[in-house]
Design a protein around this ligand. Structure first.
Ligand code: MN
Length: 505
């Protein structure tokens, strides 16, 4: 076995079967040969990018099929080797995943002023992926690109980092992959908001320097308390809030770090859930809790599956400390999210991974039903309804999110009311079309306007599917009728204003 491949296998925490080893070896060799001679801007061999993306993914989702697809993810687009050849060599499952990644690569952020643009782009991103594994590959790909972003041109850096901050990091968060979300956020924060990044870092470093001793002492006090009370735990670690999430929080608290209780937290990892609650009781007995700061995400997990108990207590120095209690399994899931969940649930049952992936939107839906806080509920709702949604582009590249079965009329009113009222015809993907035509996912629609008001008939009402378009059309029709009645009335009034003798027979 060549050393490079052996190192690759050793980089994942998983022992593959000989068949899986063989599959990975074939994918590895094929990708390496296909990219031969190509260099990255860093001067490294291009293949090192695909390999390192697979190493990143392998740490949280060591699935041989998915990792093979990751190794080959840039091959059809950037080399002479086609998707068909990959399918012939490695089978349809791997080639379909690669195809999904390629398609997802075409979902790009533009400079849009539309206030729903980012949210719609996130939805489109997920709708395009269809398979959870495609998103995992794309996120690993982006994480590696962000880690090596210093090698690309500054203008391009800003674009990639903004897209990462707006689209990729929130999706990693939605899937509960905390470790990826944190890293994606901080890597892009530095590029998108360099001044704010530097300020936040300086603020945090200064504060940390002043508190280091206090944190160490608190850690000692906690472990002493837990041991003397006979509570079992695996470890206590300190964690410092990540810069991007700290900055976001600081904005909500007027920049005052003293108001943020959780910028330093101590994490207690236990073996069992009951040990978590036992530890919580003992901690509250010995350290005075700050009222209203206990959050039990074990009883009520966050929509993305996150579980832990958070509490804030006063230390012996009078300063507050957030304490997070979780089991080692919960910790694992907080870092790896959906990847940990599905992989462990389905290990040994290879055929169910695909089925679960197809159903993953439903999974998100059921998480959302468990959401405790109304804001979280709304947030997660936004992402679930794309099952029966389509995403349609304006000529400028803005995205409109519409229910399935929507027509050109719905689209026009979704872009702008005035556009609907002046619509005469339309082009779908550059071809002339009727305004009554149904739209498909990812159509680009151009509305042809008249200078005058459009002639709106009752047929429009039949063709409109969205509330918005139907209301606008109905409003027009009512006004239109009222206008006629009004004119008739005016005519009658004029009639009435005639001298009496003319009216009388
Ligand atoms: Mn790539």
């Amino acid at each position: 076995m060549p050393k490079e491949f052996k190192d690759f296998l050793n980089s994942t925490p998983h022992k593959f079967t000989p068949e899986q080893d063989e599959l990975l070896r074939k994918a590895f060799e094929l990708a390496k040969a296909a990219h031969a001679g190509q260099k990255r801007q860093s001067g490294e061999d291009y293949f090192s990018h695909a390999r390192d993306a697979a190493i990143i993914l392998g740490k949280i989702f060591p699935d041989a099929i998915t990792l093979s697809a990751t190794l080959l993810h840039d091959v059809p687009e950037d080399t002479k080797v086609t998707l068909e050849e990959i399918e012939k060599e490695l089978g349809p499952e791997i080639s379909q995943l690669i195809d999904g990644v390629t398609q997802l690569g075409h979902v790009r952020m533009k400079n849009s002023q539309d206030k729903f643009y980012v949210e719609n782009l996130r939805k489109l991103f997920i709708a395009t992926s269809k398979d959870i594994r495609v998103i995992l590959i794309k996120l690993a790909d982006r994480l590696h690109n962000m880690r090596t972003i210093e090698f690309i041109k500054p203008e391009k850096q800003a674009k990639v980092a903004t897209e990462t901050l707006e689209i990729y990091a929130p999706i990693a968060g939605r899937l509960g992959i905390g470790s990826w979300k944190d890293e994606l956020e901080d890597l892009s924060f530095k590029i998108v908001f360099p001044k704010e990044y530097a300020e936040t870092k300086r603020l945090l470093d200064t504060e940390l320097a002043g508190r280091q001793e206090g944190v160490k002492l608190m850690e000692k006090n906690l472990s002493h308390t837990l041991r003397t009370e006979g509570i079992k735990y695996l470890e206590i670690t300190g964690r410092v809030k990540r810069l991007y999430s700290l900055w976001k929080k600081l904005q909500r608290y007027g920049g005052d770090l003293n108001k943020i209780h959780d910028f330093i937290a101590l994490r207690i990892i236990t073996k069992s859930t009951s040990d978590c609650y036992a530890a919580l009781g003992v901690i509250h007995k010995h350290f005075q809790p700050v009222p209203g700061r206990i959050k039990d995400f074990i009883a009520t997990p966050k929509p993305n599956g996150y579980q832990s108990i958070h509490t804030t207590v006063f230390g012996r120095d009078g300063k507050t400390f957030e304490i997070q209690l979780r089991t080692d399994l919960m910790h694992e899931e907080a870092e790896r999210g959906v990847a940990a969940h599905w992989f462990y649930a389905e290990e040994g049952k290879p055929d169910t991974i695909g089925r679960l992936s197809a159903n993953w939107i439903k999974e998100l839906q059921s998480w959302q039903e468990e959401a405790s806080n109304p804001d979280e509920f709304l947030e997660s709702l936004k992402i679930d309804f794309f099952r029966d949604r389509i995403f349609v582009f304006t000529p400028k590249g803005d995205i409109k999110d519409l229910p399935q079965g929507s027509t050109v009329i719905d689209f026009a009113f979704a872009v702008h009311t005035d556009l609907g009222y002046h619509m005469m015809g339309a082009k779908i993907n550059g071809k002339m079309a009727s305004i009554f035509d149904e739209l498909d996912n990812e159509d680009t629609v151009e509305i042809i306007k008249t200078k005058k008001e459009a002639v709106i008939s009752r047929d429009w009402l039949k063709a409109a599917k969205t509330h918005n378009a139907r209301n606008r059309v109905r409003h027009y029709l009512v006004e239109h009728d009222r206008g006629i009645i009004q004119r008739v009335r005016e005519l009658k009034l004029k009639d009435l204003s005639l001298p009496r003798f003319f009216r009388k027979k």
